[in-house]
Design a protein around this ligand. Structure first.
Ligand code: ADP
Length: 185
């Protein structure tokens, strides 16, 4: 994993991405707590600030106002950098963010049967569940991450069990400690 930093940041920024239900928010909040990073749940941020640019009636979803979201996040990233604080963000897409924001991209992966149960529990319609299951099987998010960022900073992590999640948080903590040591001069 690459951990060189030419941004002048004192703390790294991490993006946790993956298909809905793989455990992004749960993992990112544990990472934030364990390491002392600011957690940005991008989905919640979009809702809170109504970053919408109309409604897609066919898909029955809001259309994302990317400019509004990115402006908002840019300010948050700047404020955290000024305070020497790192960020862990989580979102089900990654190609929209500027590459320079992140030092590590974690792509969580979940086995099909486990994801099926989680999405069912979440109350997803059969159509929405199938679309997301297919995206996970086709590793859409892993490919998107590798196409959007330096492959050396993209890490694929299994997220099937609570033990997986704890291990991922611990691994991330060690990576952050190493990153800080390498960038502390
Ligand atoms: P996402 O943010 O990727 O949509 P969540 O973090 O909301 O996913 O997790 C979806 C559900 O699955 C939650 O109930 C969460 O507690 C559970 N979960 C997530 N990751 C794991 C895991 N590795 N092991 C067991 N349960 C998990």
């Amino acid at each position: 994993m690459s951990d060189n930093n030419d941004t002048g940041r004192k703390r790294p920024n991490i993006l946790v991405t993956g298909t809905p239900g793989v455990g992004k928010t749960a993992t990112a909040s544990l990472i934030a707590e364990a390491i002392g990073l600011k957690h940005i749940n991008v989905g919640d941020l979009i809702k809170q600030h109504k970053c919408y640019d109309g409604h897609d009636d066919t898909l029955d979803t809001h259309i994302l106002d990317e400019d509004k979201l990115l402006d908002l996040m840019e300010n948050m990233f700047q404020e955290c950098a000024d305070d020497n604080k790192g960020i862990v963000a989580d979102y089900h897409s990654c190609e929209l963010f500027p590459e320079r924001w992140f030092d590590l991209i974690l792509v969580l992966r979940t086995k099909t049967d486990i994801l099926y149960d989680r999405l069912t529990e979440r109350g997803y319609s059969e159509k929405k569940r199938s679309e997301n299951m297919e995206a996970e099987i086709m590793q859409v998010l892993l490919d998107e991450a590798k196409e959007s960022y330096d492959v050396n900073i993209v890490q694929e992590l299994q997220s099937n069990t609570v033990d997986d999640m704890d291990g991922n948080v611990e691994r991330c903590k060690q990576w952050v400690e190493q990153w800080i040591a390498n960038n502390s001069s």
